[in-house]
Design a protein around this ligand. Structure first.
Ligand SMILES: NC(=O)c1ccc[n+]([C@@H]2O[C@H](COP(=O)([O-])OP(=O)(O)OC[C@H]3O[C@@H](n4cnc5c(N)ncnc54)[C@H](O)[C@@H]3O)[C@@H](O)[C@H]2O)c1
Length: 304
């Protein structure tokens, strides 16, 4: 349709030439200078239009422009929309409840990738739907990680594309790295006891946060005297368990702190998000990274 509309002026120009000169030879048409000029100008304009269209396709290919479906159109969904558009992508569908999976099915089929920031109760169902549509999916939703291993296996077996991160902020992923290195060091010093404290806004559904759990895995996996983590709810916690305290207050986007305490001092590493933008930028970069890849992918791999 687009091309046809573009050709309309040329067709009109050529008809004008034909009207002036009647059904004579092409040479006689060119002989009519005025009409030949009009046809030539239209020809140049059309070839330029086609060239620019071509350049636009090449540009969008090189710049990895994508059609994105947002699964979960709450606080993070809206933030991701802004970042994705700023980076030249298109949002083709926003799904904010189960019903919209059916009503927006046609738009969903045009997506290159989906980004899920929904709820702990809906994330796994959304991943299943993406697998069924062969739609690569980036998942930021936390609170469903008891099923993560099963979903990774399913993704690999079915040849689908999945990217999961408990925290898409580049700063937090630097903290993850520091946390693992510090834990390796602290493995040698039994007189320090570790703990994690996380603070989030009052609307957060899961506790402790997925980020705190990732930090805990980085510590427990590197300190031999620890055998797991436990949510600190005020009761006594066994020595071999790493306590995680979860605080919910105001509209805090996310604060995480790892502390090692001894009789004589305290060592702390700390990250405080100033807004949700850092998570949104990381999630969109992850979607760009996932394009064209199969299997399971992580921030650690992407940032390596
Ligand atoms: N990984 C990260 O970097 C990161 C950062 C921030 C938040 N999060 C997590 O992302 C999730 C969303 O956070 P938020 O602050 O945007 O929450 P939110 O409550 O503002 O938004 C969640 C949205 O999901 C919608 N929803 C419900 N059922 C759905 C379904 N079946 N399909 C699609 N959407 C559905 C809800 O209507 C709601 O609008 C939470 O689990 C949060 O912990 C992760």
């Amino acid at each position: 349709m687009e091309i046809k509309r573009r050709y309309r002026p040329l067709i009109a120009g050529l008809s004008a030439v034909r009207k002036v000169d009647g059904p004579r030879s092409v040479l006689s048409v060119i002989g009519n200078k005025k009409c030949a000029c009009v046809a030539l100008c239209y020809g140049i304009l059309i070839s330029q239009a086609i060239k620019w269209q071509g350049i636009r396709y090449v540009y969008s290919y090189l710049h990895n422009e994508m059609k994105i479906a947002l699964l979960g159109y709450g606080k993070m969904g809206h933030e991701i929309e802004k970042v994705a558009i700023d980076r030249g992508h298109e949002i083709v569908a926003t799904i904010d409840n189960d019903e919209e999976w059916a009503s927006k099915a046609a738009a969903l089929r045009t997506a290159d990738v989906a980004i899920d920031f929904s709820t702990p109760a809906t994330a796994v169902g959304n991943i299943d739907r993406c697998f069924a549509l062969h739609l690569p999916v980036v998942v930021g939703t936390t609170g469903w990680y008891d099923q993560l291993d099963a979903k990774i296996r399913e993704c690999e077996e079915k040849g689908e594309s999945l990217f999961v991160a408990s925290n898409f902020s580049i700063g937090v992923n630097i903290l993850f790295d520091l946390n693992r290195r510090l834990a390796k060091l602290m493995n040698r010093y039994g007189n320090y006891s570790g703990s994690i404290t996380e603070t989030h806004h009052i609307h957060k559904l899961d506790a402790p946060s997925g980020t705190a759990i990732s930090l805990a895995k980085g510590i427990v996996g590197n300190i031999d005297r620890l055998a797991g983590w436990e949510l600190d709810e005020g009761k006594a916690i066994p020595q071999e368990k790493l306590p995680i305290k979860a605080i919910r207050e105001g509209e805090v986007p996310g604060i995480h702190e790892v502390a090692y305490d001894s009789e004589v001092d305290t060592i702390r590493i700390y990250h405080s998000a100033k807004s949700r933008k850092g998570f949104a930028v990381g999630a969109v970069i992850a979607a760009e990274y996932l394009k064209g890849k199969k299997g399971y992918h992580t921030m650690e791999e992407m940032m390596d």
